[in-house]
Design a protein around this ligand. Sequence first.
Ligand code: SF4
Ligand code: SF4
Length: 394
Amino acid sequence: MGIPFHQTARIGAYVLKQHITGRKKYPLVLMLEPLFRCNLACAGCGKIDYPDKILNQRVSVADAMKAIDECGAPVISIAGGEPLLHKEMPEIVRGAIAKKKFVTLCTNALLMEKKLDQYKPSPYFNWSVHLDGDETMHDKSVCQKGVYDKAVSAIKAAKAKGFRVNINTTLFNDADPEKAANFFDVVTAMGIDGITVSPGYAYERAPDQQHFLNRSKTKELFRGIFARGKGGKAWPWFQSPLFLDFLAGNQTYECTPWGNPTFTVFGWQKPCYLLGEGYAQSFKELMEETEWKKYGVGNYEKCADCMVHCGFEATAVRDAVKAPWKMLTLGLKGIRTEGKMAPDISLANQRPADFMFSRHVQNKMEEIDAFEKKTGKSFSKVANDRVKPMEAAE
Ligand code: SF4
Ligand code: SF4
């Protein structure tokens, strides 16, 4: 396992406490997206297709701290966009660590070596470098040559300075199990501390719609990969073994999107990290007013192919606490890569997709324009001083 013991123990104790106190829906990982701007434009990315005025916005340090406190999750995953483009990122990371949160800072690594000295190694902190495979696979995935080499150089520099460094890998339908397994061997030999892997979610705003995996192909792909790595035991996973078992088609799980609540420049995103179908102004509002039953595989067309970690990892962690023997079996035998798969959820009664992206963008643009008209200031310039356009425009 690539998760340090003290982190596993703290998270296990947190989950156990939620169960003992009878809390049905609770957050496990806060997904903090402090900006949508990126210095890459990957074909499978559904996060960066916004007008400049929205791309120029940043979640302020104060709002990030408020989101962390409101939510209370023990783990913070900072994604984006590219978080290292946010000037106050070191302060956000320091603030989260001071609150004794386990912080994962995701990056495409283009700026990582340059910015390494702004961060300090800590048992509460790890980098997570975006790497979708070997040089050919990754540079194709991010649509730019030379990115793999830069990422590997940054990983080595960070390791030399004593940081914990993980990688996060997204696989698409052109992934080859043999190549993916070889890649995991290579990064393990490189000394990375943990691997997070997920099938790509079919973002409606991603430029490339041809390469997303459906559920049966996802399961076959992961069985093929794990079979080449001792049932997955050959690599240091930074995620629940039961989530990996789910990817290999051995568990029937429903998603628990409240386990990974998402805070962005729009506010708290409903219902999950992958879908922006509305925004709440507080964590409480997100938890109490989201119509959770409308989402998930079998309930909603946009969820049909989803097997992504931010929806199902929390489900797997809950299952590990309820059925610890499953973890023991996986620890001893590894992930099963042959035989019958667990039944999948029927899609017969799912509701059709609702397309509301343009409406949200339009609302945000109107909010920004109202602020700028009222104050004569550019909202992107004052956003870091925690002035919200609606507050200032009132
Ligand atoms: S996938 Fe990540 S690195 Fe690529 S464009 Fe999107 S945010 Fe940037
Ligand atoms: S299945 Fe769950 S995590 Fe996946 S897109 Fe739907 S609501 Fe989000």
